[in-house]
Design a protein around this ligand. Structure first.
Ligand SMILES: [Zn+2]
Length: 124
């Protein structure tokens, strides 16, 4: 599963940073997850909490922000968000990689694919 390896990568970043700063405790971890990353924030939270067990981050508050997609269409110059449709059958957000204005597939995703640690609060 995708979420497991991503969560471990995030945990790595957080724990390395807390080690570097000789943290007693990690208080807060803020994440940004783009809608186009197709990651499930609830699963990220679940796996991250597991990864943080028995570490200084075990009681850290997790905040996960989802980021709306932003695209640029090279066919018509459209700049803006991208449709994601909620598929009730798979409980998934399926991004439509098509310009909402002209229907072209020549779009560049500027935002929405990221998954990154935005902020870490540490008690030293
Ligand atoms: Zn377009």
């Amino acid at each position: 599963m995708h979420e497991v390896s991503i969560s471990h990568a995030i945990a790595d970043v957080v724990l390395k940073e807390s080690e570097k700063q000789e943290a007693k405790k990690v208080l807060l971890v803020e994440l940004e997850i783009g809608e186009l990353s197709l990651l499930n924030p609830e699963q990220i939270e679940f796996w991250l909490k597991l990864a943080f067990e028995k570490t200084p981050a075990s009681e850290a508050e997790l905040k996960i922000e989802t980021v709306k997609p932003e695209v640029h269409c090279s066919a018509c110059g459209y700049e803006g968000t991208l449709e994601t449709k909620d598929d009730p059958l798979c409980h998934f957000l399926i991004p439509v990689f098509q310009c909402p204005k002209c229907g072209s597939g020549e779009i560049t995703v500027k935002r929405g694919k990221e998954c990154r640690v935005k902020k870490i609060e540490i008690l030293t």
